[in-house]
Ligand binder design. Structure first.
Ligand code: PLP
Length: 460
């Protein structure tokens, strides 16, 4: 009855089919489109006055566009933040992506021992390789570093409830993720020691008693304290814990396996091997920060403790799938074979020389001549991000754009809307793209997108 779409018809609500036909083809499954149309039409029905059909169609089209943009997709990272949690943290090494792809689309020996033909344990190779890399007796892999902490804490607080932690290390990691909340949710009673800026070894020693399950050190990964600041070394803490016969657990956060000074950074991030050498019974770190692998929580340390963690029924709820294990295995192999930093993207981006960035920027500038925008090369300060090395800024180069026909905010939105989306930032009245986090192979895409964005008809 109402199948016809007539622009301007007043109280007519179009049918789902007629809207579908008017919309044309989209690369989104039909049920999702139909669902969107239905909910828009329901809203329309509940309105006091029905809008003209073309207006309804326009709204539905915008809805479909928004739906497509909410899909997980690749983006160009022009933020200069190497490990950007909103942008998926570390990109995988090419080899890791290939191995993941192969394991993903085939059967694998995930839990089969090819030597005996019997059921085997998950990931014996990668845990062994990780243990070697960390100079630890054994290792385990869970979903992420937060899960690693929860597993460790919930295991140890079953007998004795208290965790001794410095007030200077009660860190908030990301949006709404506080170490203290995590520990308490895992059943721990926090025994906070020292002050925000100063905790002595004696503070720890006095707090340790018969109710102490473990001493926890959390790496201050996303902020710096300076001035009147003191905390005992990890070696001193490790020594104290050993004398008191309790485990010392060190949450490293980013898991840089190379000395960070070697990467040209001013801060030193403790490596897993150093933390183990300093007496940590267990360490944990993220797989997708400076380690450069997939999202995972890596635990390494004493064989007996790792075995006990693996026996926890709860461990099963935190286990990684074959895709993670495949890409993690390839990443660990790269670390061990010494081909990093070249092959691990976060490390190679970090090490790109300024001269190389400059010549890329100059080449892009030449191709962006004659557009209605001002564009210059600026000095950027890239950073690690993702809760790593808060102090270390990495000098970088940016394309600084000032569009003539629209605001920088509108320009940023247009680039975010291009395909693939290009993400930059606004500073001092310019829209900026930091070349350090843009792969050289993406330069052409960026040039094309800027050209398109600069021409008026393409503006949203
Ligand atoms: C990032 C971070 C975590 C959380 O790691 P996820 O892998 O995101 O769960 C925990 N502790 C520290 C110190 C961190 O930097």
């Amino acid at each position: 009855m109402h199948d016809k779409i007539e622009s301007g018809s007043r109280r007519e609500i179009p049918s789902v089919n007629s809207v579908l036909e008017a919309l044309g083809e989209f690369d989104v499954p039909r049920p999702l489109i139909v669902d969107l149309i239905r909910s828009e039409l329901t809203k329309e029905r509940n309105r006091a006055a029905v809008d003209p059909v073309d207006k309804i169609l326009e709204r539905i089209r915008a809805g479909v566009t928004d739906l497509r943009r909410s899909r997980l997709q690749t983006v160009v990272n022009g933020t200069g933040i190497l490990i950007h949690t909103n942008l998926g943290r570390a990109p995988l090494a090419q080899d890791a992506a290939e191995k993941l792809n192969r394991i993903a689309s085939s059967y694998s020996n995930l839990e089969l021992d090819l030597i005996t033909g019997d059921r085997g344990s998950r990931a014996p190779y990668v845990t062994r390789a990780l243990a070697l890399l960390c100079h630890a007796e054994d290792a385990a892999i869970v979903n992420n570093c937060a899960a690693a902490l929860v597993l460790i804490v919930s295991h140890f607080v079953r007998q004795k409830p208290e965790i001794v932690i410095s007030r200077g290390e009660m860190v908030q990691i990301g949006g709404g993720f506080r170490i203290g909340d995590i520990l308490e949710s895992a059943g721990a009673k926090l025994r906070e020691v020292g002050a925000t800026n100063k905790t002595t070894l004696n503070d720890y020693a006095r707090a340790i008693g018969p109710r102490t399950a473990l001493v926890l050190r959390v790496h201050r990964s996303n902020f710096v304290m300076s001035g009147f600041v003191e905390s005992p070394s990890s070696a001193a803490l490790g020594d104290l814990a050993r004398r008191k016969r309790i485990p010392f657990v060190h949450d490293l956060g980013s898991g840089a396996t190379i000395a960070t000074e070697q990467l040209g950074l001013e801060e030193h991030e403790p490596t897993p091997a150093e933390a183990i050498k300093d007496g940590a019974s267990l360490i944990c770190f993220s797989g997708d920060k400076l380690f450069g692998g997939p999202q995972a929580g890596i635990i390494a340390g004493k064989r007996k403790l790792i075995a006990a963690l693996k026996r926890e029924p709860f461990c099963r709820a935190l286990r990684c799938d074959k895709l993670v294990l495949a890409s993690l295995q390839a990443t660990v192999d790269l670390h061990l074979s010494g081909t990093r930093p070249a092959e691990i993207p976060v490390l190679s981006l970090l090490q790109t020389g300024k001269d190389e960035l400059r010549s890329r920027a100059a080449a892009m500038l030449v191709r962006l001549r004659g557009l209605p925008l001002q564009i210059t090369i600026g000095h950027g300060t890239a950073s690690i991000g993702g809760g790593s090395l808060a102090k270390s800024v990495i000098s970088s180069l940016t394309l600084d754009i000032s569009p003539e026909d629209c605001s920088v905010t509108e320009f940023a939105a247009t680039l975010r809307n291009s395909s693939p989306p290009i993400i930059g930032y606004i500073a001092r009245g310019f829209f900026k793209l930091d070349l350090r986090t843009i792969f050289p192979s993406q330069d052409d895409i960026v040039v094309d997108a800027i050209r398109l964005a600069a021409t008026k008809q393409n503006r949203t």
